[in-house]
Design a protein around this ligand. Structure first.
Ligand code: HEC
Length: 112
């Protein structure tokens, strides 16, 4: 059984061993736009509510530098007040991992 699962994992698209961090982040950006962007980009409910709770400069997840992987994962899987929980069907683990890599990647604006 484990052997079959390993074979399936190898056959899955995106499972190539040689994916670079930049490729993972590009996948994360696409998944973020698709799964989170409607609430977490300019004009989204998430952005609006985070602006009220944390202030405008913390309201856009893509501009944050303080997010922790476990926090993002927990919020997505369990929900947080006005944010609904998102299941593994809605956002597969591989997508969530890529979204987290994207959100936590060093921000170009933070460079001196
Ligand atoms: C249906 C709209 C919606 C979707 C889709 C959504 N969110 Fe949210 N999210 C919210 C709202 C609203 C809040 C603010 C919750 C509150 O404070 O009441 C939030 C809060 C958060 C927070 C907490 C930020 C903090 O500093 O406390 C994180 C992290 C987060 N969302 C990540 C994500 C990720 C990653 C995705 C995509 C996988 C996503 N969200 C999809 C609406 C959404």
């Amino acid at each position: 059984m484990a052997g079959v699962l390993a074979l399936l994992a190898c056959a899955a698209p995106g499972a190539q061993a040689a994916e670079s961090p930049a490729q993972v982040q590009a996948r994360g950006l696409a998944a973020f736009v698709h799964r989170c962007g409607m609430c977490h980009r300019e004009g989204g409910t998430g952005t609006y509510i985070l602006a009220r709770r944390l202030g405008a400069e913390q309201s856009l997840l893509e501009k944050r530098t303080d997010l922790q992987p476990l926090y993002v994962r927990t919020v997505v899987r369990w929900g947080l007040q006005n944010m609904p929980r998102l299941s593994r069907v809605e956002v597969p683990d591989a997508d969530l991992d890529a979204i987290i890599s994207y959100l936590l990647a060093p921000k170009p604006a933070a460079k001196p």
